[in-house]
Design a protein around this ligand. Structure first.
Ligand SMILES: CC(C)(COP(=O)(O)OP(=O)(O)OC[C@H]1O[C@@H](n2cnc3c(N)ncnc32)[C@H](O)[C@@H]1OP(=O)(O)O)[C@@H](O)C(=O)NCCC(=O)NCCS
Length: 177
């Protein structure tokens, strides 16, 4: 069982009970604004998402962690690693991403989870490079990317939605864990 403790968070794989809180997060248009075409996702779609994330864990040995607050046991969202199949030009690659419920923003939880994810990528999985794919204008996400020490690799266009994307990367052999 892959689990990581940070000072305030437990990063872990997904339980059945996580469906409702994750579906609530995916149903919030403020959360989904910068993702795909900005549509919210319903309970059924979220169940499919979690099933796919768990499959990626089984197949790749990494995936998106459920982010649980140690203090309350609440599931705040996800952070973790995935293969960005939707953007063939960057493959082979492993991408870091994050999504928290809006009530959990502004407390440093996403950055804490992201930092632990990079440590996991390097120390547990032996990855030497991780990228981040961010829609231009998503400044909250870009803030985390820069706090992690990721550097701009190139700009490109989303193959489906046509909007500009920033591709950042980090050489994990240089990462200060
Ligand atoms: C992107 C997203 C995760 C950012 O969340 P966030 O809470 O703003 O990010 P952080 O964890 O970096 O926290 C931000 C602020 O919390 C504040 N903060 C409060 N308490 C803190 C603490 N104890 N420790 C650290 N920071 C703290 C800091 O001021 C920090 O801002 P700063 O870096 O400018 O100083 C969130 O906006 C989100 O889920 N968006 C929707 C999904 C999305 O767009 N995902 C990206 C595409 S994959």
């Amino acid at each position: 069982m892959t689990e990581i403790h940070t000072p305030r968070l437990l990063l872990r794989r997904w339980y059945d009970d996580d469906l409702t809180p994750m579906a609530d997060i995916n149903a919030d248009s403020q959360v989904m604004h910068w993702i795909d075409d900005g549509s919210v996702r319903d309970l059924e779609q979220t169940a499919e998402d979690i099933e796919r994330w768990e499959e990626e864990w089984d197949e790749e040995g990494f995936g998106l962690f459920a982010v649980e607050l140690l203090a309350s046991g609440e599931v705040a969202g996800f952070a973790g690693l995935s293969v960005p199949e939707f953007l063939p030009e960057v493959l082979p690659a492993v991408a870091i991403s994050w999504r928290l419920g809006s009530q959990f923003w502004g407390q440093g939880y996403a950055a804490e989870a992201a930092h632990a994810t990079l440590e996991f990528a390097l120390q547990d999985r032996g990855l030497d490079r991780v990228i981040a794919i961010n829609r231009m204008g998503n400044d909250a996400s870009e803030n985390i990317i820069s706090k992690l020490g990721m550097v701009l690799d190139h700009e490109t266009t989303h193959p489906v939605y046509g909007y500009p994307l920033h591709i950042h990367s980090i050489d994990l052999t240089e990462f200060q864990a």
